[in-house]
Design a protein around this ligand. Sequence first.
Ligand code: ADP
Ligand code: MG
Length: 309
Amino acid sequence: MIALGGNAIKQPHEKGTYEEQMANVETASTQIAKIARNGYEIAITHGNGPQVGNLAIQQEQGAHMVPAQPLFILGSMTQGQIGFMMQQSLQNELIKDGKDVATVVTQVIVSTDDPDFQDPTKPVGPYYDEETAKRLGAENNWIVKQVKPTGEKNWRRVVPSPKPLGIAEAKAIKRLVESGTVVIASGGGGIPVYKNGGKRHGVDAVIDKDRAGAKLAEELGANIFLILTDVEYALLNFGTDNEDPVKKVTVDQAKQYLSEGHFKAGSMGPKMEAALGFVERGGDHAIITSLDKAADALAGKTGTHIVPN
Ligand code: ADP
Ligand code: MG
């Protein structure tokens, strides 16, 4: 199970044109194709932050012409958008190897009893001034919050970031992976759905993609969970003069480092939690490294490795 970070699709300095994004996706596909050729069965998940943010702006600006769609629909739209780009570029790499590639639009089950529904924490979409934020909040039934102490536009919409409880399409994905298909699934953390009256319904929330990736890894019975981001190692004492790469840790040691605050919330923190959670629940091995080091890390040459106690 591979989780791809944001920079595999859009670099921070880029606007996010189709051409820019496709070029990044092609670089990522080259790395993933190497792994696929080494005989691994692969499922891939990916982030969607910048893409869903841009789509939210299009919804809002176009709302006087065509109705804006709910956030969970934007989640499904970006799964199709990014899934298509990865699917096509991976096919172009792997077609000669006789490998199939397919994207599965994936729903991730959450509970509306999750505490994050009481106090949403995840900012989404553009920044607004206070007045605009409050007006849009009232018009759209959004919760809006001040997210920066100062600045003209320091308010944003916030949504819950609930824990993933299950992957609706896990069995279908597993069958595809076992038949040798490279599957792209659960993009952007999956489309959040809750169960009510025996049916599933979409809900506006954002599931952390590394957490959802760990859940999918677990439900697929994956042996390795490979988190690919923009740093080669998770570091101790991050942001200080004493940064120290974590090379191999047990679950308990990783928990200790987490509790000591080495890994920042919203970036390395959720990755380390997802990685150690996967191993704790029976996975063989989790790895955190950068996209360009993926094959080397799988060969044990670099990266942060999380192993059972
Ligand atoms: P992604 O898009 O891959 O999910 P994130 O930006 O969420 O990427 O997480 C990767 C970033 O986490 C790194 O670029 C780094 O700035 C930050 N980070 C926070 N804590 C650490 C740490 N302890 N070691 C390494 N990177 C860290
Ligand atoms: Mg991230």
